[in-house]
Ligand binder design. Structure first.
Ligand code: ATP
Ligand code: MG
Length: 399
C-alpha cells in the first residue's frame, strides 16, 4: 500500500505549528506495517491543493490529508476537494443528527459541517464538529491533533490494517549505546538477513534497531546474543526500568542536585510511574542537602557538594527517609559557570544504592564540552540506564 501524507495549513509553513500530525500518521502506519512514501506540506490554497493532488494521486494508493475541515471561513479543504473530485455537497442526515445531539441547535454552522461530498464517506468526529472524509483514494482529516488522532484510531488504522501487506516493524533497543557503534552490526545484519530491512535510530538513553521482514524471531535473537545485557524490547529506557522495578515490586527514590528533577520528570512521563517511584528530592543547595537528606556539613566542607562522599550521603539519607529499595543521586557541575579548578564543567558524581548493599559510585562520563542542557540530559539518561542495568542484570556501571 503506497501512502502519502498531505499536510494542509498556512500555520505549518509559517513555523507557528510543528507538523506533529504527519509524524503521528506515519508512526501509526509504520506500526501496522505500512511505510509512508512522502509528506507534502502546503498552504490553505485551492491552487496548491489542486496542484498537489495532481502530482501525488497518480503514483500512490492513498493520500491522508489533514487540516482545513473546520467550520471557519479559512477552512477550505472540503469545498476544494468536492470541486476537485466533481462531487456535490449533500447534507448527511446521520452526521447532522449526531452533531445536533452533541452540540444542540448550532444553526447554519452545524448544517455546513454536515454537508458531505456525495461520493465520500463521512467519518463522524467523536471529539469535534468536523467529520473526516473518506474518498476513494483520499482521506481528509481535521487538523486539530486530538480530532485527527481520534479518527485515525477509530476508522483509518483499523481499515488499513486489513489492507496492509508489509510485515510489521520490529524494534529492539540497546541501552546506553551510541548509533555510531552499531553501524557495523547493521551492515552485517543486512548481509546475513537479506530478506529484512534494518535501520537504527538514536533515542533518549538508547539506540533503537528497527527491522522489517525476514525471520523476525531469529533476528531478535541474534541482536540479544550480541548485546546480552543491553538489549531490551520495551518502547523506551524509562519503560524498561519501570518493567524491571515493578516486576520485582521494588520502589525507587531519587535525589538530584545537578539534574534538578530531570530524572523524576522523565520517570513520571510514563503512566504507571507511581507503582515504582516514591519521589525525588531536588536538593540543589547545600542547606537543602543537609536538611532533607542529612548530608553532613563537614562532608560538604571537606569534599564539596560535587563529590563521591556527598552523593553517598544523599542516597543513604533517601533510603533512611523512605522505604524504597533503591536510591540514586547526582551532584555535578552542569556549567557553563560554577567550574572549580579540580572540577571542570561536566564533572558529575553519581551514586546508586540498593538497600543493605554497597553504594555504587562513579563519575558520569559526560563530555566536558557539552552544553548545560546536554550534560543534564546525558546524566539523566545515564542514571536511568545504569539503574536498569543493575536491576535487570546486576551489571555495575558506576565504579
Ligand atoms: P478546526 O475544526 O479546528 O478548524 P481544521 O480541520 O480546520 O479544524 P485547522 O484549522 O487546519 O484544522 O487546524 C486547527 C489547529 O490544529 C491549528 O491551529 C493547529 O494548531 C493544529 N494543526 C493543524 N494542522 C496540524 C498539523 N499538521 N500538525 C499539528 N497540529 C496541526
Ligand atoms: Mg480550522
Amino acid at each position: 500500500l503506497r501512502i502519502k501524507i498531505l499536510s494542509i495549513g498556512n500555520e505549518l509553513l509559517e513555523g507557528r505549528t510543528i507538523n506533529t500530525n504527519a509524524a503521528v500518521i506515519s508512526k501509526g502506519l509504520a506500526d501496522i506495517g505500512i511505510a509512508t512514501q512522502s509528506v507534502v506540506t502546503i498552504p490553505d490554497s485551492a491552487e496548491e491543493i489542486v496542484q498537489a493532488l495532481d502530482q501525488m494521486l497518480p503514483d500512490c494508493d492513498l493520500i491522508i490529508a489533514t487540516g482545513g475541515l473546520g467550520p471557519t471561513p479559512d477552512d477550505r479543504t472540503k469545498g476544494i476537494l468536492s470541486n476537485y473530485f466533481g462531487q456535490k455537497l449533500i447534507k448527511d442526515e446521520s452526521v447532522y443528527r449526531d452533531l445536533k445531539r452533541r452540540y444542540g441547535d448550532g444553526g447554519s454552522r452545524l448544517e455546513e459541517q454536515a454537508m458531505i461530498p456525495e461520493g465520500a464517506k463521512a467519518l463522524i468526529n467523536p471529539v469535534g464538529t468536523a467529520p473526516g472524509l473518506w474518498f476513494d483514494k483520499l482521506i481528509a482529516l481535521p487538523g486539530v491533533p486530538l480530532e485527527m488522532s481520534a479518527l485515525l484510531n477509530q476508522y483509518v488504522f483499523p481499515e488499513l490494517k486489513k489492507r496492509g501487506t508489509l510485515k510489521p516493524v520490529c524494534e529492539v533497543r540497546i541501552m546506553l549505546e551510541r548509533e555510531s557503534h552499531i553501524a557495523g552490526l547493521i551492515e552485517e545484519f543486512e548481509q546475513t538477513y537479506p530478506d529484512a530491512t534494518f535501520g537504527s535510530y538514536p533515542e533518549f538513553g538508547c539506540v533503537a534497531i528497527r527491522f522489517r521482514g525476514g525471520e523476525t524471531d531469529k533476528i531478535k535473537h541474534a541482536i540479544f546474543a550480541r548485546y546480552p545485557q543491553r538489549a531490551f524490547i520495551a518502547p523506551s529506557v524509562v519503560h524498561a526500568l519501570m518493567e524491571s522495578l515493578t516486576e520485582e515490586k521494588s520502589l525507587l527514590v531519587c535525589t538530584e542536585s545537578c539534574t534538578g528533577g530531570a530524572i523524576a520528570s522523565h520517570l513520571t512521563q510514563v503512566s504507571g510511574a507511581s507503582d515504582f517511584l516514591v519521589g525525588s528530592y531536588v536538593t540543589y543547595s547545600n542547606e537543602m542537602k543537609q536538611r532533607a537528606l542529612g548530608v553532613k556539613l563537614e562532608t560538604l566542607k571537606e569534599h564539596g557538594a560535587v563529590s563521591a562522599e556527598v552523593v553517598t550521603e544523599m542516597v543513604d539519607g533517601a533510603l533512611e527517609n523512605t522505604d524504597a529499595k533503591y536510591a540514586l543521586a547526582t551532584s555535578g557541575v552542569a556549567g557553563p559557570t560554577g567550574a572549580l579548578p579540580n572540577k571542570p564543567v561536566g564533572t558529575v558524581w553519581a551514586a546508586i544504592k540498593e538497600r543493605g548493599g554497597p553504594t555504587m559510585l562513579g563519575l558520569i562520563p559526560c563530555s566536558h564540552k557539552e552544553s548545560r542542557e546536554g550534560i543534564i540530559s546525558f546524566s539523566t539518561a545515564y542514571m536511568i540506564g545504569a539503574l536498569w542495568l543493575y536491576v535487570a542484570h546486576k551489571e555495575v556501571l558506576l565504579k
